[in-house]
Structures are given as structure tokens and as C-alpha cells.
Design a protein around this ligand. Structure first.
Ligand code: FES
Length: 342
């Protein structure tokens, strides 16, 4: 007799035979269930049971789980078998992975998007072998071991190019050069892709995207990827800037509104984005929320959203920190480790 396994928050439901593990049945049916050792050791396949009966196979006792996880109803899917129809929830978002590479790129074009923000297009050549997940970033590797991390704004590699949105930081080692002297043909070493920010590929929940300033770059990449898929979940983009002029690419976003009835755009001029979201939504419990922008915006969202029932494990963020020239050395080194641009 077989049981139905439903993975909540995704569109996956599949059959599992008696004596078969929940993981084994999923993989046999082409479902990308997160896993590694398949032997009850690493814990990668752990899942929370929401409903249904199950048992461990081969005398396994849940060695990959903590006591707290056992008490909270987790199981190890490579060692557990459903005994009735069952609903489970994956604990980690499923995201595609790509190997890091070092690329010798050249500047294809530099275009001013609005005062103080430029679009940089890099040509990475025909033999790049590079791939990335929308939401990820690369390091620009500069002289003297300096690095500057920038999120990729494009969702696919077209004509061997990558797009970036770069804010001018007065006195910044890289951005001073970009805004005053760099030109097409200049060389730049790029290392990546890096970072864990990105879409939970198989979630089918409504989504809120929150972009502050050039935090729009990774959000744009993720949205364009979603528009290329069959997903038609509700999407709301909240975008903040200090002035209407600073809402660069506003026309592009409005064209998305015309093209995709499930997409809504809410620009916010010089106000708090998390507060604007809280004013519009009494209950955030159904939403996956993706944020990119200043750390203060992300911290404020972390404080506000739980009061609107938003589950912490559906909150995904990427904090942008700008390196301020002259900042005291210790502080600067901490920020550089985080995500300093300049
Ligand atoms: S895959 Fe490692 S514990 Fe299941």
C-alpha cells in the first residue's frame, strides 16, 4: 500500500510505498528533496511533520536531530517512512548551486541611471563557464587585495554580459574611478558567484520584495527570473528611494505591472519601507519576504514583521553596506567582511 507525501509550501505531492523512505520515494520521482549522505548522519534531509503517521526504518533513532528538533516534530527523511498520508515541510529553501570562478572581464558600457547611480555592464567573454542564481553577487578584485562586492542585476547572461547597479560613494576606491575615469574596454577581475540570497525555487507562496536604493539590483534579477517561469503567485514589490528621480528603471517596473496581472508595484519616497508594508498588510503569515538594501531597513523589518504574524523562516535578506573612506580601521574591517561597497 502506498501513502501520499505532501511537501507543504510547494506544489509537490507524491506516492511512497511501504518500507520505502520518504527521501528515496521523492528522488525516484524526480523531486529535488534536499539531501546529502542518505544515511541518517548529516541532517540535510530533516523535515517537520505537520500531519500524519510515520516510523523510522532499520532501528534508526533520529541521530541527526537535536532533542529540541525531535520535540518539535522533525524527522530524518532518508530514514523515515510514512505509514499514512503525511504532510511535511522542508527546513531549508531549495536553491541552485554554482561553482565559483575567477573571470577577466572588460567594461562593455557605463550608463548613468540617475544622479549617483550607474549601470555597469561587464563583458565576461565567450568561454566564461560562469553561472549564478538570481540574488547572488560577485567580488570585483582590485589592486592591493581590495574587494568590492556587487549584486548581479541581470537574471540571465545575455551576449556574455553581466549587469550591475552601482552607487557612487564619494572618495570610494572603486566608485570614484567608475564615475570619473573608467571607460569601455577597461579590465576588471571578477570572482563569484557568492552569497546565499536568492529565491526558494520550489515555494509556491505569495511574495513581497523590498528594495532600498541599489538593493533593487538583486531583486530585479530575481523578479525577472520569476517572470520567466510558470509561477503566477501574487508578487508585490515595495521600492524605496530618497526622491522620485532616484527610483531608476521605474518605467521598466511599470511595464511589468502591465504585462503580469499578478504583479503589483508600490514605490515609497523617503519613508520607511517596513512601515509602509505594515500599513498595507494586517497579516503577513502567508508571504515569503525578500529584502535587499540598507541594514537599518532590514533590522526594522525584523522588528516589525513578527507583530504582523510573519514567520521568521520565510524572511530572506541581503544587507548592503557602503565603505566610508576614513572610517576607523577596526570598524571598516568588520564592514568589509559583511558587504562593503565603495
Ligand atoms: S541525507 Fe543525510 S541525514 Fe538524510
Amino acid at each position: 500500500m502506498s501513502c501520499k507525501v505532501k511537501i507543504e509550501g510547494t506544489s509537490f505531492t507524491y506516492d511512497q510505498d511501504a518500507g520505502e523512505s520518504i527521501l528515496e520515494a521523492a528522488l525516484a520521482q524526480g523531486i529535488p528533496f534536499p539531501h546529502a549522505c542518505k544515511n541518517g548522519l548529516c541532517g540535510t534531509c530533516k523535515a517537520r511533520v505537520l500531519k500524519g503517521e510515520w516510523e523510522y526504518l532499520d532501528g534508526y533513532e533520529g541521530a541527526a536531530l537535536t532533542r529540541k528538533e525531535i520535540a518539535e516534530g522533525f524527522l530524518v527523511s532518508c530514514k523515515a517512512s510514512a505509514r499514512s498520508n503525511i504532510s511535511i515541510q522542508w527546513m531549508e529553501p531549495v536553491r541552485e548551486q554554482h561553482d565559483e570562478r575567477t573571470l577577466e572581464a572588460s567594461v562593455s558600457s557605463i550608463e548613468l541611471l540617475c544622479p549617483g547611480i550607474a549601470r555597469l555592464v561587464l563583458d565576461i567573454g565567450p568561454d566564461h563557464g560562469f553561472n549564478y542564481r538570481p540574488g547572488q553577487y560577485v567580488d570585483f578584485v582590485l589592486e592591493g587585495g581590495r574587494r568590492r562586492p556587487y549584486s548581479i542585476a541581470s537574471s540571465v547572461i545575455e551576449n556574455n554580459t553581466l549587469d550591475f547597479h552601482i552607487r557612487h560613494v564619494p572618495g570610494g576606491y572603486f566608485t570614484e574611478r567608475l564615475f570619473s575615469g573608467m571607460a569601455a574596454g577597461d579590465k576588471l577581475t571578477v570572482e563569484g558567484p557568492k552569497g546565499n540570497f536568492g529565491l526558494d525555487e520550489y515555494a509556491n507562496r505569495p511574495m513581497i520584495f523590498v528594495a532600498g536604493g541599489t538593493g533593487f539590483a538583486p531583486i530585479k534579477s530575481m523578479l525577472e527570473r520569476l517572470f520567466q517561469t510558470a509561477s503566477r503567485q501574487e508578487i508585490v514589490l515595495y521600492r524605496g528611494a530618497e526622491s522620485r528621480e532616484a527610483l531608476y528603471m521605474d518605467g521598466l517596473i511599470r511595464s511589468w505591472e502591465d504585462a503580469y496581472p499578478f504583479f503589483n508595484y508600490r514605490p515609497v519616497i523617503s519613508g520607511s519601507l517596513p512601515a509602509a508594508i505594515a500599513r498595507q498588510h494586517n497579516d503577513l503569515s502567508d508571504f515569503d519576504i525578500y529584502l535587499a538594501g540598507p541594514p537599518a531597513m532590514i533590522e526594522q523589518a525584523k522588528e516589525i514583521f513578527p507583530a504582523y504574524k510573519h514567520p521568521q523562516d520565510r524572511f530572506f535578506s541581503d544587507a548592503f553596506i557602503y565603505q566610508i573612506p576614513g572610517m576607523e580601521k577596526n570598524k571598516r574591517s568588520i564592514l568589509q567582511r559583511l558587504f562593503a561597497r565603495g
